[in-house]
Design a protein around this ligand. Structure first.
Ligand code: C2E
Ligand code: MG
Ligand code: MG
Ligand code: MG
Length: 291
């Protein structure tokens, strides 16, 4: 039985905590098994170029549906995977599938330049294995390095910023592009942003809802910051036409969100892309005669 050593200590033996802890332990075990069995899949969410309104990139997002049960939210199992170290295996599986699928979709008419964005955990960057994993995934799939974007979220682990910057510079030199993910949320800071060699800035969706009284949105200010640093700016979480108007007003280069499309199962991607395959030239509209 638990020793009650005094007021306030009893909390350690709170049955709720025990339930939560054991649920977490069983999730860790199940997740490790699922990874081993190749049951983690990638879904793909379009990122839309705001000049052309065409999807130019797909973001690969890990999905896990344990046998006969509902899908576990990515945030939940990714957090568990970060704790146990399984994240490296999940990341590798998603990277391989993203490269292979995208290589195939680039054969669809009108999508020869399609890119794919893959999330990588700071643990993967610091592991020293990321470069080899990326090279292998590109070589095995035949996807060119220029069609791969790695999305990195800044974290407390960025203390070791010299090592991170060196690893990332090497990848960029090979043609892979780097995006700073979720900027404006969590641990992201201006000093981290300036130390990370990057190509793209992804503005966190929470910023879309901040509107300042004087001159538009916080997204506009952060987009300007991104451009000042020479980065292409993508805004995440565009759910409504108001959000889209704000993204345009901020002159963001690209946008992603439920307003355009939810993440898609790989089997649904070709039909989605086919909606954009016809080049939209003048004279193609209904009832318009050419010449
Ligand atoms: P993220 O990289 O910022 O990915 C975008 C998340 O926003 C996705 O959640 C996506 O489904 C969601 N989203 C997209 N559009 C909208 C929108 O309009 N409104 C709202 N409310 N949400 C939107 P998801 O798939 O649940 O993933 C959550 C996070 O888990 C990701 O955030 C990423 O940090 C992490 N994650 C997912 N897959 C991987 C992976 O393969 N490796 C690593 N390291 N992390 C991953
Ligand atoms: Mg991301
Ligand atoms: Mg993220
Ligand atoms: Mg994000």
């Amino acid at each position: 039985a638990a020793k009650n050593t005094g007021k306030g200590r009893v909390a350690e033996f709170d049955p709720d905590m025990r339930t939560r802890a054991s649920r977490r332990t069983s999730m860790q075990q199940e997740l490790a098994e699922a990874v081993e069995l190749g049951q983690i899949e990638a879904h793909f969410q379009p990122i839309i170029d705001l000049q052309t309104l065409r999807p130019t990139t797909l973001e690969a997002l890990a999905r896990w549906r344990p046998d006969g049960r509902r899908q576990v939210p990515a945030e939940e199992f990714i957090a568990v995977a970060e704790e146990t170290g399984t994240i490296a295996d999940i990341g590798r599986a998603v990277l391989r599938s993203a490269c292979r699928e995208t290589r195939g979709w680039r054969a669809l008419p009108g999508h020869g330049e399609l890119s794919v964005a893959v999330n990588v955990s700071m643990q993967q960057v610091l592991s020293g294995r990321l470069t080899a994993d990326v090279e292998e995934a590109l070589a095995d799939s035949g996807l060119p390095a220029g069609a791969l974007v790695l999305e990195i979220t800044e974290s407390a682990a960025l203390e070791d910023s010299d090592r991170v910057a060196a690893e990332i510079s090497g990848l960029r030199a090979s043609g892979v592009r780097i995006a700073v993910d979720d900027f404006g949320a969590g641990y992201s800071s201006l000093s981290c942003l300036m130390r990370l060699p990057a190509d793209l800035l992804k503005i966190d969706r929470t910023l879309l809802d901040f509107v300042t009284t004087r001159d538009g949105s916080l997204v506009k200010a952060v987009a300007e910051l991104g451009r000042t640093l020479g980065l292409l700016v993508v805004v995440e979480g565009v759910e409504t036409s108001d959000h889209l108007a704000r993204a345009r007003e901020a002159a963001c280069d690209a946008a992603q969100g439920f307003h355009f499309s939810r993440p898609l199962a790989p089997v649904d991607v070709p039909a989605y892309l086919a909606g954009w395959s016809a080049p939209r030239t003048a004279g193609q509209g209904a009832g318009t005669a050419r010449g």
